[in-house]
Design a protein around this ligand. Structure first.
Ligand code: PM9
Length: 457
């Protein structure tokens, strides 16, 4: 498979250590079979998340030295605002220290009990923030998204029929806005087409409902549009991004993904009244509107990162590196979600471990086995993350997909690291009958996967 070489060279290195099998056995046991509790120094290849784990460029590090840490009106804020507006175009740009705060500020301002927020698929922090504010988070992605075998170029698309039905059923007054997550993380990092975005906008215009984007991985989404959607091959990534956001009334963004930084986020919007209300809350919980919980130097790094991420050589390498890992796994017969998305490979845990029922957390069992076997940290996106009790019937509800995500940090690991990951998983796949199911011994009331403790059945 043709795969471009890295469009950067390495100037600084961070040593990583290989642990022994015995060390890992002990650590994972102490961690309650939850890789979130394992110290990062005991991980060889860390694919827990692509969030906040990017390697910054020399240009971004240089920007940190220009940090203006004035409480109000830092010059870095103005540069940040200019850079964000250049791509996203929104009138109000409100910095936050990460994505979930942007979600919290937005939903705590607009939601009233019983309101509904449709999305293609809500990410877990988005869902939690909607539900915490007494709203109902609905996933209205196209059905193809739930079939890991179907190739659809834009598997993150919103199902317009489901959206129209939802509006008819619940009424416009209960839907303060609709979200589209680009790329659709919880559905496999799958892109949304511009046609689908345009049509969603037209549908919402008929009802007077605003459209917001969860823009964490917008540049990767734009790359897929350029590659797969007719009429966009000759457009630049920035032109595609501008068109996407021209259909929106606002966005939330965790800059920890396509901002190429280790911390930061923002809310963008056009509505003056809403921006005023959110800014008042921002001052209460994050800080003054020109820093929003960040240092001036962080804002500078975001301003630069957002422009760097639009580079096509970078995006070509990025998407190809993830795709290459997927191809190596497929060549070994390992079941993965197809097509490969933008930032991660998703192992299909139901097919990897058919002998473990969903009640015994096959995704988490596979995640634990991967750490034990090879010191690789992945994350379960399945029953542990999304399983819950139905509030009306008290029955257990399990998600359709049971996956293990291998999220690839940006500009961090080399192709040889990817070979190591593919070979380790292929070995595990050959010995999969040895992996046992798990049961919960502790769970928190919200976002339980972060702190859950489990044991082997
Ligand atoms: N995503 C991820 O690993 C980091 C948190 S869970 C380990 O995928 C979307 C689509 C996300 C996301 C975070 C957030 C929240 C919102 N939307 O982590 O609060 O993927 O900056 O962003 C993670 P923050």
């Amino acid at each position: 498979m043709f795969f471009p070489s890295e469009p950067f060279r390495i100037k600084v290195v961070e040593p990583i250590r290989r642990t022994t099998r015995e060390e890992r056995e002990k650590l994972i046991k102490e961690a309650g079979l939850n890789v979130f509790n394992v110290p990062a120094e005991a991980i060889y290849v860390d694919l827990l998340t692509d969030s906040g784990t990017s390697a910054m460029s020399d240009n971004q590090w240089a920007g940190l030295m220009l940090g203006d840490e004035s409480y109000a009106g830092s010059k870095n804020y103005y540069h940040f605002e200019e850079s964000v507006r250049d791509i996203f175009g929104f009138t109000h740009i409100i910095p936050t220290h990460q994505g979930r705060v942007a979600e919290n500020l937005l939903f705590s301002t607009i939601l009233e009990k019983g309101m509904i927020v449709p999305n293609n698929i809500h990410f877990d922090t988005t869902r939690a923030n909607v539900e915490y504010n007494k709203g109902l988070a609905l996933d209205l992605v196209i059905d193809e998204a739930y079939d890991p075998h179907i190739f659809h170029p834009f598997k993150g698309n919103m199902d317009l029929h489901k959206l129209e039905q939802t509006i008819q059923q619940h009424g416009v007054h209960r839907i303060p806005l609709v979200f589209i997550t680009i790329t659709n993380n919880s559905g496999g990092g799958q892109p949304v087409s511009l046609q689908n975005i345009r049509e969603t906008r037209q549908l919402l215009d008929r009802h007077g409902i605003p459209l917001f984007f969860d823009a964490c991985r917008f540049a990767e989404n734009c790359y897929f549009i350029k590659e797969r959607e007719e009429g966009y091959r000759d457009k630049s990534i920035k032109e595609i991004a501008r068109e996407i956001f021209s259909y929106g009334d606002g966005c939330t963004m965790s800059a920890k993904k396509d901002g190429l930084v280790n911390i930061g986020g923002f809310i963008g919007m056009n509505n003056d009244e809403l921006a005023d209300k959110i800014t008042t809350r921002l001052i209460l919980i994050e800080g003054f509107p020109t820093y929003g919980g960040l240092a001036g130097r962080d804002l500078e790094a975001i301003a630069r990162g957002l422009q760097e991420v639009l580079n096509e050589d970078y995006l070509h390498f990025r998407i190809s590196q993830v795709r290459h890992l997927g191809q190596m796994l497929e060549d070994e017969g390992v079941p993965i979600l197809k097509p490969v998305g933008g930032h991660a490979i998703y192992l299909n845990a139901k097919e990897f471990l058919p002998h473990i029922s969903q009640r015994q957390f096959p995704g988490q069992a596979l995640t634990v086995a991967l750490y034990r076997e090879a010191g690789i940290r992945a994350v379960e996106i399945g029953g542990l993350m999304f399983g819950h009790k139905d509030p009306h019937t008290g029955e257990d509800v399990w998600p359709e997909l049971e996956m293990v995500r291998l999220a690839i940090p940006r500009r961090v690991y080399t192709t040889q690291h990817m070979v190591y990951v593919a070979e380790s998983i292929a070995k595990l796949y050959k010995e999969r009958e040895k992996i046992r199911g798990l049961r919960l011994v502790y769970q928190a009331p919200v976002l339980r996967h972060f702190t859950a403790r489990l044991e082997e059945v």
